[in-house]
Design a protein around this ligand. Structure first.
Ligand code: SAM
Length: 191
C-alpha cells in the first residue's frame, strides 16, 4: 500500500513548501541538474507536483497519488499512475530515471531499484535525491517527524544503505554530491 494519504489530502501545502523554502529548493534543483542529461528521455518516479521534472525538462512522470498527478499534469507533464515497485513501462526504453525524495516512501526499495534497472537502456542513468538519515537535515526530519504531515511514516536511509542496494541491483558506477548542510531555518541563500 503506497504511502500517499497525506499527499492526496495536503497537495497544495506540499507544493507551497517549494515557494516558502526557495533557497533549499534552488540548491536541490542545482544538484539534480548537474546529473540530468539534456535532450534524452527521462522519467521521474514519484514525480509529485512536478517541482523538479518541469524545470529540468523531464517529459514523463509516475506517481500513485491522484491529487499530485493532477497538479503535475496541469504543469504540462505526461504522468502515469503507478508505483516504483511495479512500473507500467516496457524494458530498456528510458535514458534516465529520477527519484527525488521518494525512496523514503516506497515499501520495497530493492524491488523499486530492480524496476528502474529493467526500464533503463543499457547506458542509462539513475538519479536519486534523498534525505540521508545521518545528515543534519535527516536528523532534523527524524526528530520532527511526529509533527510532520508528510514524513511521519517515511523510512529514511543512510547513503551507505542506498549504495549497497544500488550495487546489489547492478548499478556499479556512481557519483555523489551533497547539498543542504545546515538546519533548514539557518538557510537563507542557495548553495
Ligand atoms: C516527498 S514527495 C516527492 C515528490 C517530488 N519528487 C518532489 O521532490 O517534489 C514523495 C512522492 O512519492 C510518491 N510515492 C509514494 N509512494 C510511492 C511509491 N511506492 N512509488 C512511487 N511514488 C511513491 C508520493 O505520492 C509523493 O508524490
Amino acid at each position: 500500500m503506497a504511502r500517499i494519504k497525506s499527499f492526496n489530502i495536503h497537495t497544495n501545502e506540499y507544493d507551497n513548501w517549494f515557494v516558502k523554502n526557495k533557497h533549499i529548493y534552488q540548491s536541490e534543483l542545482n544538484a539534480v541538474k548537474h546529473f540530468t542529461p539534456p535532450r534524452k528521455v527521462g522519467l521521474e518516479i514519484g514525480v509529485g507536483t512536478g517541482r523538479f521534472a518541469v524545470p529540468l525538462n523531464i517529459q514523463f512522470g509516475l506517481d500513485p497519488s491522484e491529487q499530485m498527478i493532477k497538479v503535475a499534469k496541469n504543469r504540462g507533464l505526461k504522468v502515469f499512475k503507478g508505483i516504483a515497485e511495479q512500473l507500467p513501462i516496457k524494458e530498456e526504453i528510458i535514458d534516465f530515471a529520477l527519484m527525488i525524495t521518494t525512496v523514503c516512501f516506497v515499501d520495497d526499495l530493492s524491488q523499486s531499484f530492480k524496476e528502474v534497472k529493467r526500464i533503463l537502456k543499457s547506458d542509462g542513468s539513475f538519479i536519486i535525491g534523498f534525505i540521508d538519515k545521518k545528515s543534519t537535515l535527516g536528523k532534523e526530519y527524524q526528530k520532527e517527524r511526529k509533527k510532520s504531515k508528510f514524513y511521519g511514516d517515511a523510512t529514511f536511509y543512510s547513503t551507505s544503505k542506498i549504495i549497497k542496494c544500488l550495487k546489489k541491483t547492478g548499478f556499479l558506477n556512481y557519483e555523489i554530491i551533497q547539498t543542504v548542510f545546515e538546519k533548514t531555518n539557518q538557510i537563507d541563500s542557495p548553495i
